[in-house]
Ligand binder design. Structure first.
Ligand code: CA
Length: 233
């Protein structure tokens, strides 16, 4: 699958659109231009750009209004283009959520450099978010969902794929009683013919691997019904 970065340019001066589009395409980006603010807004949803270059002076609505609307709904970096270099505009724009500014007339290399910076910032943000994929089950056990690795007191514990899936299912349903039928269905699928004992066996294995002596088990038995993972953190 192609993973080209997408740039939406909202700018009514077609010569500027052309220069920018040309430069961005040369960098390997996908580019779309909108000549009016409203067109630009309507394109955000379908095109889902990674960055937006937004002119301040547009024929229908102002770039500030466009900026305000976009930042209210999306987390897309916006680089504003403006012929006016007055500081008031810059401050106002920053409050509205624009990420960067470029003053006209601009050097095209400057623009592509700023776009790259915006991409980098977004990637850093994404990385920070995905690093939060660490799930703490109790004082001893945690899961790094990104790396699909389970740790007990900081030491990696090898789980079989189904054990891992089962553990995740419990994590996603903390404090909720899951029946053995439900567990079998969700981890092994409807066609599985192994029977409910499979669930018991896997729960036992998880406990054996992850329980800590003297502490409550990671998974509670709910007698006659099924199992549950309690919130202990
Ligand atoms: Ca303009």
């Amino acid at each position: 699958m192609e993973d080209k970065k997408r740039i939406l340019i909202i700018e009514d001066e077609s010569s500027i659109c052309d220069i920018l589009s040309y430069a961005f395409r040369k960098e390997g980006y996908l580019v779309k231009c909108a000549f009016k603010g409203k067109d630009g807004l309507s394109r955000v949803e379908g095109f889902s750009p990674d960055v937006i270059i937004l002119d301040l002076m547009l024929p229908d609505i102002s770039g500030f209004d466009v900026c305000k609307e976009i930042t209210a709904k999306y987390k897309i970096p916006i680089i504003m283009l403006t012929a006016r270099s007055d500081i008031i505009d810059k401050v106002l724009g920053l409050e509205l959520g624009a990420d960067d500014y470029i003053t006209k007339p601009f050097d095209i290399r400057e623009v592509t450099a700023r776009v790259k910076t915006a991409f980098r910032r977004m990637e850093n943000l994404r990385e920070t978010l995905s690093n939060r994929q660490m799930v703490y089950i109790n004082d001893h056990v945690n899961i790094d969902k990104k790396a699909m690795t389970v740790y007990k007191d900081g030491v990696e514990v090898k789980l079989k794929p189904k054990e891992y899936e089962l553990l995740l299912l419990f994590c996603e349903n903390k404090d909720k009683v899951l029946t053995r039928e439900e567990i079998l269905d969700r981890v092994w699928g409807l066609d599985y013919e192994g029977g409910l004992r499979t669930v018991d066996v896997h729960v036992q294995r998880i406990r054996k691997k992850l329980d800590v002596e003297g502490a409550p088990s990671i998974i509670d038995t709910v007698f006659g019904i099924g199992y549950k993972m309690s919130c202990r953190s």
